[in-house]
Write a protein that binds this ligand. Structure first.
Ligand SMILES: [Zn+2]
Length: 240
């Protein structure tokens, strides 16, 4: 059976106004990446990290899904059970667009996690103020539900499964710095790269190769603007 593997990143949500550390040159207002996104930072200063994620959660509340989120949600409905969408994004814009079936590789901003029993539960856009209790075990040692540098990302096991099961790979708005999209693309005969910029592979041995060299199709546009072109290729692929 033909199946689609989608791997999305920051470029998918950029048109909705979601920014990343990359947009801020590694500094986000007064926060340093390693202070708020690493296990060392978390151990050093729970308060600072909690405040950072509270602010991100508050910012997310009024962000709206863009055309790409909506079309990807349609795609999921049209080919129910045949689309595996893995996202590196921690926002909930796919869910806001109506998606029921998305895998967040790096966690979710609108959830908290219990440090005692690992239960994950929804906090919406509310700030974590220390009064929360784990609904499962009652523990009050809670943290944000975002994967930090220095810890395992259990959802990554879905990547290998998706590669095995799928016949078409679509990479949207991800530069391949965190997850190596070139080695994934090499596993596929059919693939689409969506990125407004042509990007070189960041490797000491591959100085002259572009990421798009390894994809069957390259749509050099922003996510929202690439959807019609992408859908044509998808529909052709999924025929018969
Ligand atoms: Zn618990």
């Amino acid at each position: 059976m033909k199946k689609i593997m989608i791997l999305s990143g920051a470029g998918l949500s950029a048109e909705s106004g979601i920014k990343t550390f990359r947009d801020h040159d590694g500094l986000w207002e007064n926060y340093n990446v390693m202070e708020v996104c690493s296990t060392q930072g978390w151990i050093a200063d729970h308060k600072k990290v909690t405040k950072f994620y509270n602010e991100r959660r508050r910012d997310l509340e009024f962000k709206e899904p863009n055309r790409a989120h909506k079309v990807l949600c349609q795609l999921e409905k049209e080919y129910r059970g045949r689309v595996i969408h893995l996202t590196q994004n921690i926002d909930n814009l796919m869910e806001k667009a109506g998606s029921k079936d998305i895998i967040h590789l790096h966690g979710t901003l609108t959830d908290l996690r219990c440090e005692a029993c690992t239960e994950v539960f929804d906090i919406g856009y509310a700030p974590q103020d220390g009064s929360e209790k784990c609904p499962s075990c009652g523990n009050k040692r809670l943290r944000h539900n975002v994967v930090m540098f220095g810890e395992a990302a259990p959802e990554y096991s879905n990547i290998h499964q998706a590669i095995r099961e799928s016949t078409l790979f679509i990479a949207i708005g991800t530069s391949g710095n965190v997850i190596d999209i070139v080695s994934i693309a090499k596993e596929f005969k059919h693939s689409i790269l969506i990125d407004p910029k042509r990007q070189l592979i960041e490797s000491a041995f591959n100085q002259d190769n572009y990421i798009d060299d390894y994809f069957e199709h390259f749509i050099q546009k922003k996510a929202g603007e690439s959807m019609d072109e992408m859908m044509k290729i998808v529909e052709e692929h999924m025929k018969d």
